[in-house]
Design a protein around this ligand. Structure first.
Ligand code: DAH
Length: 339
């Protein structure tokens, strides 16, 4: 009997199987009710009593051995099957869901692109700034309301560390280490302490332009503005400059464009005036040039600054500022294909 068991063990040791179906056939052959291992139990009945213990143990051991062997063959054959199922790597891939560009990025790039065609280079500066670059170098009086806690997010007081309230800070940073000619366009995010609503937000985006050289005049500014307005809003666009005040420019102006919704006839969007305001501008105040180490007797310049959200509203009629930062994909998908 023990010989029979050993022979069967040797046979099972040698079995091989490549597929799960072959493994199953082997399981039936050895371990099913009528399998060779189970049939040993029939012989067991005729084993003399004094040998029963040893033979019983040998049969159990064989049964365990056979079960383990078949399990490991099954695992190996299934792994082999998985390997055979590696997908065809040469197949054309499934369509990849593409994201869309954010409307503010689209419009920012359009604005900077127009100025780049005029020879302006992109310049960037930090969002966390000091008082000098955001206010003092730009000719803001000590008691100017923009410095007030209500507008500016201060991170630290004396020395002041704050979130920039406008991208004009990049002007002074560039002028400090560059001599004219300077032609820069500065896109960036700015922060103001405002309650969030459809019409105001505590952060938004601006693009600033600065041109400093010998003999830069207001006529250069006007021509640049007209070119920009027509490139951005179409060749029929008219511009109008109204006198204004900014600490860092003298004279200063605000520019309106003819309302691109009604073509200047007057509608709800332009409140019946036919004009919509889009940016602030002016000739760089000589105090600013001198504060940044540029000789104001030799050089002059113009600057302008605009809100990207404002321009985007005019182009795409987004009437709630909050949509820009909520990242609702239904809103973002509306700009699919825009570029
Ligand atoms: N910095 C101004 C603001 O935040 C915008 C501005 C106006 C920028 C006139 C300029 C400028 O460069 O000349 O409202």
């Amino acid at each position: 009997m023990l010989n029979k068991i050993n022979a069967l063990r040797a046979e099972i040791e040698a079995i091989q199987a490549a597929t799960p179906e072959e493994v199953e056939a082997l399981r039936i052959k050895y371990l099913s009710k009528k399998g060779s291992v189970s049939l040993l139990m029939n012989d067991f009945r005729s084993v003399p009593a004094e040998e029963k213990k040893a033979v019983g143990m040998a049969i159990n051991e064989l049964k365990n051995f056979a079960t383990e062997k078949i399990n490991s063959l099954r695992e190996a054959s299934e792994a082999g099957k998985a390997k055979a199922e590696i997908p065809d790597m040469t197949r054309t891939p499934a369509p990849w869901p593409l994201g869309t560009r954010h409307p503010l990025s689209l419009v920012r790039d359009e604005i900077t692109g127009i100025f780049r065609r005029l020879g302006f280079n992109i310049a960037e500066g930090p969002e966390i700034e000091d008082d000098w670059h955001v206010f003092s170098s730009l000719n803001f009086a000590e008691d100017h309301p923009a410095r007030d806690m209500q507008d500016t997010f201060f991170i630290q007081r004396s020395p002041d560390v704050l979130l920039r309230t406008h991208t004009s800070s990049v002007q002074s940073r560039v002028m400090e280490h560059t001599q004219p000619p300077i032609r820069i366009i500065c896109p960036g995010r700015v922060y103001r302490n405002e309650a969030i609503s459809a019409r105001a937000h505590c952060f938004f985006h601006q693009v600033e332009a600065l041109y400093v050289d010998k003999n830069v005049s207001f006529a250069d500014l006007k021509q640049t503005l007209l070119y920009f307005a027509r490139e951005m809003f179409g060749p029929e666009t008219k511009i109008r400059l109204r006198p204004s005040y900014f600490p860092f420019t003298e004279p200063s102006a605000e520019m309106d464009i003819s309302c691109n919704l009604c073509g200047g006839k007057g509608c709800g969007f332009c409140k019946g005036t036919g004009w919509v305001e889009i940016l602030g501008c002016g000739m760089v105040d000589p105090n600013v040039l001198d504060a940044c180490g540029i000789d104001s007797k030799e050089y002059s310049g113009f600057a302008l600054g605009m809100g990207v959200e404002r321009i985007t509203n005019l182009k795409y009629r987004v009437n709630d500022l909050r949509l820009f930062s909520e990242n609702d994909v239904r809103f973002l998908r509306e700009f699919e294909g825009a570029h």
